[in-house]
Design a binder for this molecule. Sequence first.
Ligand SMILES: [Zn+2]
Length: 322
Amino acid sequence: MAKDLRTKNSKTCFQNIKKEHPEYKTVQSQILQDVLRRLDRAYKNFFDKRAKYPKFKDKYHYTSITLPQCEAKRNFGKEGYVYIKNIGYIKIKAHKDFDPTKVKTINIKYHAEKWYINLSVEIEEEKEKPVILERAIGIDKGINSIAATSDGELYLNPRWLQKAEKKLKKLQRQLSRKKKGSNNREKQKKRLAKLHEKVANQRRDYLHKISYNIVKNNDIICVEDLQVKNMMKNHKLAKSIANAGWRMLDKYLQYKMEREGKIFIKVNPAYTSQKCSRCGKIVGKDLSVRVHRCECGLEIDRDVNAAINILHEGLRQLGIVA
Ligand SMILES: [Zn+2]
């Protein structure tokens, strides 16, 4: 569609629109074209199953406009100002230095009673920094501590989070007792949704903090492959909530590591909790046993023992150790 827009037909099409709707006369045709471009993108996303069916946006909900590349380049004048046709010079507060000749598009947005201008600027790719892979860590994810590291650190499931999760369960139970279609049920639903969001935000926050700390101090991170871990189902664990947290933590670790050109690797979790991380002997223990005690003399937290095994397995997969 974007290509068609540049043909003569589209020009007459826009002229017709401007005749029918005189209020569009002062609007640049590139801005109008962009509206169609966005609509096209919205439908593409819908048909490719990436998004819901596009919603109609009236003038009160259409809060931004985009000026294309050529316009942006031509109109860049004074430093610290952006020139926009029909509007004039606008003083801008740039948060980053940029080359005005490299501006690709200008996006103007109205949000919370303020105007914002977003410039997409072409930048030269930074040369990849060589990463020194010397700091490696293994992470075991669990119920009591959401993450235990091979360095011996335990990131506990915070009490406030557990409390909030309990409250969520309580509200959920209350909801199931409320009559269907009743006012009280609707109210309860809203209360539940609100708390859900709050807890989700808190959890995200906490996981971001953990992942930030771990990524900052390491060049290689080894975790258990959750897909395999979940195949070894253990029905005793009420772990649906924990599971969501584990997935999120993996996701955060992975993208933060990849962003810095570091290594994130998933390993098969088989035997990682039972094997002794010092001598390799299998020391069977059920979930109630929190300490790994081996004949070889090793006595450490069971999750830390697992994390060390995960680290060893990861380094073996990478060919760093035999
Ligand atoms: Zn041992």
